[in-house]
Design a binder for this molecule. Structure first.
Ligand SMILES: N[C@@H](CC(=O)c1ccccc1NC=O)C(=O)O
Length: 310
């Protein structure tokens, strides 16, 4: 957009996007592509019994987008209170001296390894399936498209090692992952409806090693690849980066347009901050993927620990 262009209206920008292919009331988006038959096919990929954990550990200092926070406070008060109960022994409650500790967590969602719900991103005020934020916002979250409305995921996963295809340890911030990279990384494999396509860019190697660089930008799938993934009817996709798609964006006038288009237009669910280096180093390519998320009512996302099972 040059200074003389006026941006398209939300109506123009989203023309033809709603209702989604799964109907106006759908809240599952492209996760509808996962069927009992595709789950069975995915399960048949399990041969070795190896389980790879694709999540990072979450704590207060992990890299994140400004405004997102996670704090955890341990409370040990029960140790004191239990000793003062009428039936306490000298060391705790009861003859068995039971005590406990529990932490209080204050946090935004969108921290650590997580899944974005289809209410997280909008074009103007429009979400997936065209809902207006003004109509779905409640005190606690949204009354549609919250993460609790997304099905839990068991599907075929593909890990595409873009860093290896490019012959680098790590792509650079703003590097655009292309359809050609994807086809090269696929080798003989093909993408099927309902698949989860995960991209290893090497960026995740910075997590905990150079968090400022990690959070300062990222490589990622470009808009053409996002369209290709939607055409191939993938259910979900994710990267070893804090968002999804290149930052800086391909067109600086369109920040975060890749996850925005995947969510709002195509209903494709995005996973972020995946821990993929170990899996890439192990040569992981095609596997059973299990992604279960906490059913937080109306929330914009949820922590996940994706499991790749071979
Ligand atoms: N989901 C993360 C990071 C992210 O992806 C993001 C951050 C700011 C604006 C748009 C984002 N796109 C989400 O898919 C977050 O919202 O903090």
């Amino acid at each position: 957009m040059t200074q003389t262009d006026s941006p398209p209206s939300v109506l123009e920008r989203t023309a033809g996007w709603f209702p989604s292919r799964w109907g106006p009331d759908d809240e599952a988006g492209a996760l509808n592509e996962i069927t009992p038959a595709s789950v069975l096919a995915a399960v048949s990929l399990v041969r070795t019994g190896r389980v790879l954990d694709l999540a990072h550990v979450l704590h207060a200092d992990v890299p994140a987008f400004p405004g997102r926070t996670y704090r955890s406070y341990l409370t040990t008060n029960a140790h004191h209170v239990n000793r003062r109960r009428p039936d306490a022994g000298p060391d705790g409650w009861g003859r068995n001296a039971v005590n406990w500790v529990v932490e209080q967590i204050t946090a935004t969602q969108q921290m650590g390894t997580h899944l974005d719900a289809l209410n997280h991103l909008q074009v103007g005020d429009r979400t997936y399936n065209g809902h207006r934020l003004a109509d779905i916002a409640e005190e606690h979250g949204t009354n549609r498209l919250g993460v609790d409305t997304l099905p839990q995921v068991v599907t075929r996963g593909l890990l595409l090692d873009v860093a290896a295809v490019r012959g680098v340890t790590c792509l650079e911030p703003g590097d655009v992952v292309t359809v050609a990279d994807t086809e090269a990384a696929l080798g003989g494999l093909s993408v099927r409806p309902g698949d989860a396509v995960l991209f290893h860019t090497g960026w995740g190697r910075l997590w905990g090693a150079d968090d400022d660089r990690y959070a300062g930008g990222e490589p990622g799938p470009g808009l053409a690849l996002a369209a290709w993934l939607a055409d191939h009817r993938v259910a979900l996709t994710g990267c070893d980066t804090w968002s999804y798609g290149p930052v800086p964006a391909e067109d600086p006038a369109e920040p975060f347009v890749v996850p925005q288009t995947l969510n709002v237009r195509h209903g494709v669910v995005v996973l972020e901050n995946l821990r993929l280096a170990e899996a890439a180093d192990a040569g992981l390519r095609e596997f059973l993927l299990v992604v279960s998320h906490a059913k937080l009512r109306g929330a914009t996302g949820a922590w996940i620990t994706p499991l790749a099972i071979t």
